[in-house]
Design a binder for this molecule. Sequence first.
Ligand code: ADP
Length: 679
Amino acid sequence: MPVYRGPPGREDSRVSLATLPPEAAPRAPATPAVRFWRRLRWWIPGVIVLLLLGATSFLLTLSDSQERAQAQDVLVSDSLWVRQSLQFQLEREAEALDLIAADLARGSLGRGALEARLRVFLRRGRESLAVVQMNHALAVSVSVYNDSSTASLDPAGAIPPAAVEAAMDKALRAGEAVFTAPFAVPWGAAVALVAPVKGEPPTFLVAVYWLERLLGEMVPWTFAQSHEVTIGDVAGTVRASHSPAGRGRGVYTHQAPLEIPGATLLLGTNSLKGPPDWITNVIRGGTVALAVLLFWSLWALWRDVQRRVAAEHRLREEVAFRRAMGDSAVIGLRARDLDGRVTFVNPAFCRMVGLPEEALVGHGPPMPYWIPERTDEYRRRNDEVLSGLASTAPFETVFRRAGGERFPVVIYDAPLRDADGRQTGWMSSIIDVTEEKQAEERERLQHERLQTAARLTTMGEMASSLAHELNQPLGAITSYLAGSLNLIERGGASAEDLGPALAKASQQAQRAGQVIRRVHEFVRKREPQRVAMDVGALLEECRALVELQARRTGARVSVEVEPGLQAIVGDAFMLEQVILNLTRNAIEAMADVEPARRVLVIRARPCEGGGTCIVVRDRGTGIPDAVAGQLFSPFFTTKTEGMGMGLSICRSIVEAHGGRLSFERLDVGTEFHIQLPAP
Ligand code: ADP
């Protein structure tokens, strides 16, 4: 296969990436500003989500605090209303007891009437347990109980004396009923209402109120259902609490002083309502979860986009690289689809055929670079390639440039497959082999000239031998003719006498003529011909010239042909030249050895691997190691007048016949082998 050295006169085929179309050229590197904006593009949604999260959180907090404030406001107003109601009711109690005390002071009530009035007083509510009349020394004179069960509690006895005494003094000073501060009793907490009964000495009506019951009776039921209500002293100690629906949550609380005659209590309210956070928390949690989800999806999107950008970048680089490769290739590239339409050509192919890309891409057969008279051949090849029948071996043909000039090309076709491995067409590499063909032609001519020169050299060497050889028949002819003339001069020569002498002279003349003709044929330049021939006949043809060569050194020649040899096919004259070259070298190698050793053997025998082998053996000086490696190199010679072309040409000739020329170093001398293949 010829080595491609590029099309003649091709200009620099390097392709700058700047010349690529925009879709194939890599993008210019991004400036810092562009990079910043690209980054910002991803930050903006994130910031928006954060702002949304903040705003939602703020709104939720706002609504939460508003709801708390609203609930607190409701609690405060309800508490104040309850306080108002309690104050009012307790004031009524004090007024009612004052009225009884006033009637008692006037003396209008006997003991029975007093007890009846007091019973009526007590029956107004369950909170008042008992009313007793006692003097300043706390001696009880009259005592009335709300019911029999309360009597067993001994409410009057449970009042701390100090508290009741202080209240008595206060009541006397004020001249009206006053309440004591709350005090602890075994069954809870209580307050006493002390009303002064004017007289000498004054007595007092003391009513005992159970605080828990007081709250139960006086606090409206609806309020008690949603609040825990407590009563404490001014020091803040809770004395009684009322919470039928459960304990207060401590979220919404309120305390207000309960101003009652002679004392101040602390009314506490504690709503059962919990903080409003579960909805807020759910909304807040939901918003955070949504934001996290949004961030995650944003991140996933960003990753995906990054991957796509990277893949796109790689793809662009790959496309640019392949395009640059195609553009800078010195061999022509052409892609065709399955219908034979050209889908791609590279600049080298365009230059080769002298047509622009637009004139080729999209075109189907017949192509503009086809030679008109060979259209059928192209079409056949085209169909073979497209149907997949064509061999993948390189295909030699001739194309036409746009200017009409024809040039030889070698085409390599290969299937074109897509990413899924499906064949989408054919890719062809086209090499312009004009230079190779010219070089081959030059080499052939050179070879031919060398062959002629070698023949002439052999011829020159043979010329002296030829003179010697011709001397013999010429000398014999001269002798025969001189003898015949003598006979004629003596006058007695008959035809019988002259006949044999002239016949012998004619024989010698023919022999001389044969020698001259062989030499002439050998020297004549001619075209190689391939004909079948018999090896024995070939060697016989050579014999005369070989013997001529051998005569100079007095070497003996032995030609041995094994019977039953196959015919060989080739150019007889060329093969003769090979044999004569080998015999000449053999004879020269034996020139300086003792005469008895000068035996040249030419043998024809079947080859081991098939075909025919011609062996030329000498018993000469042999081939030293230093010479063996270069034996077939052109111009290598060890002789002063040698050309060194003999063996190189011989090998080319044998190889042109499909054979092999080799040598073997013997103990004494050398053996050359011409192996010719079977026809
Ligand atoms: P030339 O005969 O002109 O030198 P060749 O190519 O025929 O060129 O031979 C090259 C060299 O190979 C010779 O110079 C010789 O040294 C060596 N040579 C060839 N044949 C023989 C042989 N039979 N015995 C020894 N040497 C040989």
